[in-house]
Design a protein around this ligand. Structure first.
Ligand SMILES: *[C@@H]1O[C@H](CO)[C@@H](O)[C@H](O)[C@H]1NC(C)=O
Ligand SMILES: *[C@@H]1O[C@H](CO)[C@@H](O)[C@H](O)[C@H]1NC(C)=O
Ligand SMILES: *[C@@H]1O[C@H](CO)[C@@H](O)[C@H](O)[C@H]1NC(C)=O
Ligand SMILES: *[C@@H]1O[C@H](CO)[C@@H](O)[C@H](O)[C@H]1NC(C)=O
Ligand SMILES: *[C@@H]1O[C@H](CO)[C@@H](O)[C@H](O)[C@H]1NC(C)=O
Length: 462
């Protein structure tokens, strides 16, 4: 947070010299208008990225590691939908630099990462494969990097409590080791389902189904009312529930179910039912009362926005919700009418928040407010979410399903990727360097001073 404030000042200052004051505008039914708005927002996002303290380390953000993966995922979609390749070199540099032993578990950070942190990079890699994002020779293929994440996560499937499930964090000394959460399980579920559709290898589909079925035995996926609890604990055998409602938890299960529906040729009704059920319960993120008269048409992170308590992680979730849901409209016939109208009105509201900073373009957190954020809170995360919803609307125009190995996808499968990894042993505590501790310390500080109880259930950055 301290960093963001510093960056906003710096960025505002440098752009003010150019003397252009503008606001982003968009006609959501006009593809070119969407592209122009997306270009402005993506450029502002990359200005934040390029001014970070750790800019000598490709793909590493200050104070967080996972957001690199989710930002590249969003930018890869941006390239695919607009053809604007100006950020491709930065995407490639960051993705390859952080690839670890082809598993996105680089030793600099692996001591304190969670399964959710790692899986976002895997989702970025499968996204790249599905759109034939350019690969560099001498580097592992995008799909193999996604397989590397799958191959390192599956051995962590934990049957010592709750009869299964992915723990949130990986090492016993991490506080999140004792919880199993929706995004770690839903993230691997989605990754497995996408690998199944891309490679047609049934092993991935079996894992996707295993994760879904297991989740349904816990509060993480309550099929009775399609509620998704954020987390549950090993201690209670996964019977208790941290009930904060987050957009990305719903979106990751919806998306995985959409891919499984397509992979199974629609023969298993459970996937379509899952998509429909969870789309129904996701309506809660389009509040109908209050919210500046949003009237059920503006996507909101309802747990933190009304009380102004969204942390940097949470400010990005709407990017994934928008992008992933729009994506499945291309592979699950009949979902477009359920998904797109509200993403259309949400995009309109989202760009109305982009009036901040010295360039007059920086976006706010609360789309329904139709106002930007206070100057000291303007940051990369808000840009990412708005780019996500603009991408989502561009998917309507592109209307092209994800590629797969038997349907134009050129990224080559390597089912053994990541199995050579050297970082899968629990590290010895005194090997955690001062630098790592400092990173963790900053996060702890934010948690304690912020919103400790709620955030305990969240991705801890890393
Ligand atoms: C790991 O840390 C070193 C030292 O700061 C840095 O040079 C290197 O780029 C980092 N690697 C990754 C993958 O971030
Ligand atoms: C889906 O249909 C295709 C084409 O008929 C077939 O090759 C494939 O095996 C089917 N997939 C599944 C999972 O049944
Ligand atoms: C799967 O997606 C393709 C688009 O690639 C679509 O034509 C097909 O109808 C989908 N299959 C099912 C069962 O919905
Ligand atoms: C399918 O994936 C599994 C798990 O990674 C792997 O062991 C197997 O070799 C793969 N099969 C093919 C035909 O690629
Ligand atoms: C594992 O490492 C060896 C030696 O470096 C290499 O020859 C092999 O291709 C690697 N396997 C995989 C699956 O990456």
């Amino acid at each position: 947070m301290i960093c963001s404030r510093w960056l906003a000042t710096l960025l505002g200052g440098s752009l003010a010299i150019q003397g252009t004051l503008a606001a982003v505008t968009v006609q959501v039914d006009d593809e070119n208008s969407l592209k122009t708005a997306a270009k402005t927002v993506a450029s502002d996002m990359m200005d934040f990225y390029n001014s970070r303290d750790s800019k000598d380390i490709p793909g590493k953000f200050d104070g967080t590691w996972w957001e690199g993966g989710s930002m590249f995922m969003t930018l890869i979609q941006y390239w695919w939908l607009t053809g604007d390749s100006q950020f491709n070199a930065a995407i490639q540099a960051g993705m390859y630099w952080q690839k670890g032993d082809d598993d996105f578990f680089p030793s600099n950070y692996s001591q304190y990462l969670g399964n959710d942190d790692q899986v976002f990079w895997g989702l970025a890699a499968i996204t790249a494969a599905e759109v034939n994002f350019p690969e560099l020779s001498g580097q592992p293929s995008w799909v193999s990097l996604a397989q590397g994440v799958f191959n390192t996560q599956v051995p962590r499937w934990d049957t010592s409590s709750c009869h299964g499930g992915m723990r949130w964090q990986i090492w016993p000394y991490q506080s999140g080791y004792l919880t199993k959460n929706a995004i770690s399980n839903g993230g691997l579920f989605q990754l497995a389902a996408r690998l199944a559709l891309y490679t047609k290898n049934a092993t991935y589909a079996e894992w996707a189904e295993r994760i879904w079925d297991w989740s349904a035995t816990t509060p993480l996926l309550k099929q009775k009312n399609w509620n998704i609890a954020d987390s549950t604990t090993c201690e209670t055998q996964c019977t208790d529930h941290g009930d904060w409602q987050w957009t990305y938890n719903y979106a990751t299960f919806i998306t995985g179910a959409g891919y499984m529906h397509n992979y199974t040729n629609g023969t298993a009704t459970k996937w379509k039912e899952g998509v429909q059920g969870l789309l129904g319960s996701s309506e809660q993120f389009y509040p109908t009362q209050g919210y500046n008269n949003a009237g059920g048409n503006v996507l909101s992170e309802i747990t933190c926005e009304p009380i102004d308590k969204c942390d940097r992680n949470q400010k990005t979730f709407k990017a994934y919700f928008s992008n992933w849901l729009a994506l499945i409209t291309t592979i699950v016939p009949g979902t477009s009418d359920l998904i797109m109208p509200k993403l259309r009105t949400s995009a309109q509201a989202a760009v109305e928040t982009c009036t901040g900073g010295s360039n007059g373009n920086l976006c706010g957190t609360k789309w329904y407010s139709r106002q930007t954020d206070p100057a000291n809170e303007l940051a990369l995360e808000q840009e990412m979410s708005v780019l996500g919803v603009l991408n989502a609307n561009l998917i309507r125009f592109k209307n092209q399903a994800p590629l797969s190995a038997d349907n134009g996808g050129t990224s080559k499968s390597n089912p053994n990727a990541g199995t050579n990894s050297t970082n899968q042993q629990a590290p010895i505590m005194n090997q955690v360097t001062t630098g790592d501790r400092a990173g963790a310390g900053i996060l702890t500080f934010v948690f304690v001073t912020g919103w400790a109880v709620a955030v305990t259930w969240m991705i801890r950055g890393g």
